[in-house]
Design a protein around this ligand. Sequence first.
Ligand code: GLV
Ligand code: MN
Ligand code: MN
Length: 418
Amino acid sequence: MTQPKIDVLVPDSDRMWADIMELSSIVDDRSPGWSREVFSEPYKASRDWTLQRMRDAGLEASIDAAGNIVGRLAGKNPNAPAIMTGSHTDTVHSGGRFDGIVGVMGAIEAARMLQESGTRLTSDLIVVDFLGEEANPFGVSCIGSRAIAGVLDPTHLERQDADGVSMAAAMAKFGLDPAAAVAMAWKPSDVKSYIELHVEQGPMLENAGTEIGVVTSIAGIERLMAVFTGRADHAGTTPMDQRADALIAAAEAILTVERVGCGAPIHGVTTTGKIATGQGAFNVVPDSSTIWAEIRSIDPSWLSGARRRIADQIAEDAAKRGVEVAIDLLNDQDPVPASQSMQDTVARAADSLGLSWAAVPSGAGHDAAHMAHLGSMGMIFIPSRGGRSHCPDEWTDKEHLGSGVQVLTSTLINLDQA
Ligand code: GLV
Ligand code: MN
Ligand code: MN
């Protein structure tokens, strides 16, 4: 088959690196690492910076009702559906400088490369920085991409944080229009394809010495909150077999969560990310405890089976201890395969640039999973040092950034020509 011609454009890796480092200075400096959590003051300040970066890069950019920063580079045919790329710039608490940020700054760099080389696409190129990709205290992730894909619904807005504040209230305080965000839904005919550059956040590429990951599928995420209610008693006088210890029930549940994950097929994982207790004291048997856990896999049948097994086992074990448990199950997203045609396009771009690549699944969630509602979706991974992510040590080498942006740009050109 004859391949469409790919112009080899070379990114200015130093310029892109400088962007990443400059953005990383807009953070909450009261916590270690790089914290720019959704709805925080640093996040707000950073959005003006990113909007300006897009405009400086020649994009016609603005912020939509859901808080997404959307930049457009006009193509030759205003009637052609757009090609879209981007990611997010919010972080987890004490996160790193690369998760999401690489996809936004890489997309801006690609737009600059196209213009500087005089390459005008037929389709419009849309560069996007989606609002709030990371899971937030309301239990919602990917707010902006859900809105664009038309899958942000009123129940998301009603969710409350630990202080009883709704997500709708938090969005309004941040200057957004929650009702308009829920009403928003781009049409499938608006977007031909969505491609996202991201750091791998795991060790596979580095371990194999591979430069590019062609993402095959994005893991589904099931979440579980279990609230244990036992009975407070004197810790010195209550016999061990006459206690209803809520904290022990929670501890046993955490081990159940781990055990199911250890029995998972490849790429299935389980995590208890948080535990809370009541007031607590050395000398009182705990009467309340709550855990927050997650189950992830690219295999939908394992995922739903694991969720049921964990919930049933937790209920059975708690009952044996005389502890009541209320379990709240939440489906965050189902597994989403990347389009085969997008995988092929990315792999061909890597081949033509002489870069090694491997097909890899994504255990992390991404805005791309929601953009798949609108059209063909693909992702490009670049290595993460030591596989570390969601921590201050997150790191990706500048040369890998350059390779990733080069594959992204070639992929954009090929998608436009397809
Ligand atoms: C986002 O990074 C997630 O996978 O939770
Ligand atoms: Mn991310
Ligand atoms: Mn993340």
